[in-house]
Design a protein around this ligand. Structure first.
Ligand SMILES: NC(=O)c1ccc[n+]([C@@H]2O[C@H](COP(=O)([O-])OP(=O)(O)OC[C@H]3O[C@@H](n4cnc5c(N)ncnc54)[C@H](OP(=O)(O)O)[C@@H]3O)[C@@H](O)[C@H]2O)c1
Length: 254
């Protein structure tokens, strides 16, 4: 029977690439996000490539909406074996001294409480599959800090704490927990969202960086972790572009 993978934040970037890749690996993918028009295009693209997927409107900051995602998972054509908690992002690059409480709240709600809500809602299905996997897409900001990144790092540290805690709590049960920590990934929207739609500030993040990671690189890491034999638990996978040795050490040309 086809295994089902749920991917949150599947309407763009890493989530969309992961949905495509998991469908190519043979999963039926439940592609969840708020922008259903984009999900419909993605599902059609996956079907055109010979895969299968369903679009599910879901706002991970809403209990009711996440309950709808769990209901869609229960109606899916197979056991739910994989959850990829990918929905998230950054807002602002302000120092702690002047950071916006609203931006910090948004980051905590989407990255941290979103992961909590969706994980709680889908854990029974993952466990009853007998071979569940929970992937948490955190960040290198989940274990290091940088100037201006306080709110994002606080949220990603919290998401990392969820992954580590859950792995301990689920020990002895058939659900593994994998944390993916990407460094700089050039996706269409991440930096635009961070800088409130300012294209120049967004482009400057990647300026001169030879070959930043792209969404497919991270999807490849997620798919690799998720397709290891189930007794193999990749606790944490840190992935950066070659040009980024550390958060503050980025090689740029020109
Ligand atoms: N790009 C990077 O450099 C980088 C590095 C490390 C980690 N990450 C992490 O990787 C993940 C994906 O990043 P990305 O670069 O692919 O960013 P992105 O293109 O901006 O994608 C973010 C996704 O999250 C979804 N989302 C946002 N708020 C949501 C909500 N309330 N409910 C449901 N979905 C929501 C968005 O969909 P809708 O707006 O349609 O809901 C979108 O599909 C994030 O967790 C990010 O923190 C990114």
């Amino acid at each position: 029977m086809t295994s089902v993978a749920v991917v949150t934040g599947a309407s763009s970037g890493i989530g969309a690439a992961t949905a495509r890749r998991l469908a190519a690996e043979g999963f039926h993918v439940l592609a969840a996000a708020r922008r259903t028009d984009r999900l419909a295009d993605l599902v059609a693209e996956i079907a055109g490539a010979g895969g299968s997927a369903t679009a599910v409107a879901c706002d991970v900051t809403s209990d009711e909406s996440v309950a709808g995602l769990a209901a869609a998972a229960a109606a899916a054509p197979g056991p739910v074996t994989l959850l990829v908690n990918n929905a998230g992002g950054a807002r602002g690059l302000d120092p702690v001294e002047t950071g916006s409480v609203g931006d910090w709240q948004w980051m905590y709600d989407v990255n941290v409480l979103g992961t909590l809500r969706v994980t709680q809602a889908l854990l029974p299905a993952l466990e009853s599959s007998g071979a569940g996997t929970i992937v948490v897409v955190s960040s290198t900001a989940g274990f290091t800090v940088y100037e201006g990144g306080g709110g994002y790092a606080a949220a990603k540290h919290a998401q990392t704490a969820i992954a580590g805690t859950l792995r301990l709590e689920l020990c002895g049960r058939p659900v593994r927990v994998v944390e993916i920590d990407p460094g700089m990934v050039k996706t269409d929207e991440f930096s635009l969202v961070r800088f409130d739609g300012d294209p120049d500030r967004a482009a400057a993040v990647y300026a001169g960086v030879p070959d930043p990671l792209v969404a497919d690189d991270v999807a490849d890491c997620i798919a690799w972790c998720a397709t290891r034999p189930h007794h193999v638990n990749i606790d944490r996978l840190v992935v950066r572009p070659l040009a980024q040795a550390a958060q503050h050490k980025v090689h740029r040309v020109g």
